[in-house]
Design a protein around this ligand. Structure first.
Ligand code: PXP
Length: 244
């Protein structure tokens, strides 16, 4: 697959933590759907939400309202469960992203273990492929995981950048970035679209401009946190400036 220059890296904004703040008071404000619309207005190419098993942030009713309101692309992050499969097929987001999910974690802790779930995963993805709902798998930047993603029926991979984001030493961070770059190049070469996400922020995003194989970054916490001080429109615009 070739890259068309000049290319633009897209930004998908995860609005889960607007719901986290709302749920802290159990009332209606701030509304994640209003946040999604502002993010789109400011240039986001997609809106991401994670309907977790414990519904700690986004609720089922939010997902329905997001489906109604989002006009760019709705990406539903979800665990590989029968319940979420039903919900996703009914709601019809443009894209689903399968993530591993543990009840006790604060946030997604790593990529999906495809090797351990390959047969079940391939079966799980069939109705999505039949319905034309694109599938992305959140995986470690690893060649074997990329191969299995494609074989199982995914059209995209989202490369986990959390390890990169947590590295404090420059050399280790550069090594991790190299892994991500190599994985992105490989995934593109076998016809997958490539997204990257987790832990990306205003300070660590710059090197991603140099990886054109990554078409999109998926960012939540950093943007919503910054928006508290700058407003969401400004926070989205600043991130777009940094990636392009
Ligand atoms: N991508 C995936 C698959 C995620 O699970 C998350 C966290 O919900 C993100 C991206 C966004 O991560 P962050 O909130 O650290 O930007």
């Amino acid at each position: 697959m070739t890259i068309d220059y000049p290319y633009t890296m897209r930004l998908a904004v995860n609005i889960d933590h607007i719901a986290t703040l709302r749920n802290a008071r159990g009332e209606q404000e701030p509304d994640p759907v209003a946040g999604a619309l502002l993010a789109e207005k400011s240039g986001a190419a997609g809106i991401v939400c994670h309907l977790r098993e414990d519904r700690r942030h986004i609720k089922d009713s939010d997902l329905l309202r997001l489906r109604e309101a989002v006009t760019t692309k709705l990406d539903l992050e979800m665990a590989m469960t029968a319940e979420l499969q039903q919900i996703a097929l009914k709601t019809r987001p443009e894209l689903i992203t399968l993530v591993p999910e543990k009840r006790e974690e604060l946030t997604t802790e790593g990529g999906f273990n495809i090797t351990g779930h390959y047969a079940a995963l391939a079966e799980y993805l069939k109705p999505f492929n039949a319905e034309g709902i694109e599938v992305s798998l959140f995986i470690e930047p690893d060649k074997h995981a990329i191969d299995l993603s494609k074989e199982a029926g995914a059209q995209l991979v989202e490369l986990h950048t959390g390890t990169y984001a947590l590295k404090e030493h420059e050399a280790e961070r550069a090594r991790e970035l190299h892994r991500i770059r190599e994985a992105a190049i490989y995934a593109r070469s076998i016809g997958l679209k490539v997204v990257a996400g987790h832990g990306l922020n205003y300070l660590n995003i710059a090197p991603f401009k140099g990886i054109p194989e990554i078409e999109e970054v998926s960012i939540g916490h950093a943007i919503i946190a910054r928006a508290l001080f700058t407003g969401l429109e400004e926070a989205v615009r600043e991130m777009l400036q940094l990636i392009n």
